[in-house]
Design a protein around this ligand. Structure first.
Ligand SMILES: [Zn+2]
Length: 146
């Protein structure tokens, strides 16, 4: 085997390993990233036909995400309209209360936590077609989902 082939093979093995690590990312690592972020429990209040997410603005602040970007995620995932008033989010409907914490976890996985090193210290970079999670810990640029 020539040296070049060896280098190529090692590289391929390395990439395959990375891919496996990405897929096998254990839930516990995501949970520890959530703990590092020190996110509160969402406070949800249902009044009549509306659902009020009382401590809504704490989340984009702690995650360093745009409030509207964060709200839009909930809007599209729950398929109901919502607006922000004085740090609260008002949803025009009555989604299940547990769906809020589930969506926060999913938002973290899809748009906050770096899929390479599991760091929550990331920011989003948007272009016309894609949104990238840019990791401030390892420098990886990964496509955001959701
Ligand atoms: Zn990273």
């Amino acid at each position: 085997m020539t040296e070049n082939n060896q280098v190529k093979q090692t590289r391929e093995q390395y990439e395959a390993l990375l891919e496996r690590l990405r897929k096998a990312r254990p839930e516990s690592e995501i949970q520890s990233a959530e703990e590092r972020l020190k996110l509160p429990q969402p406070k949800i209040l249902v009044t009549g036909k509306k659902t009020i997410f009382i401590n809504f603005s704490d989340f984009p602040r702690l995650l360093r995400r745009d409030e509207n970007e964060f709200l839009n995620y909930f809007r599209s995932q729950l398929a109901i309209n919502a607006s922000i008033e004085n740090g609260r989010a008002i949803f025009m409907g009555r989604p299940d209360k547990s769906s809020f914490s589930a969506l926060i976890s999913r938002y973290l996985k899809e748009r906050v936590i770096c899929p390479v090193c599991n760091s929550p210290d990331t920011h989003l970079e948007k272009s016309k077609q894609t949104t990238l999670i840019v990791c401030e810990a390892c420098g990886a640029r990964s496509a955001a989902k959701g």
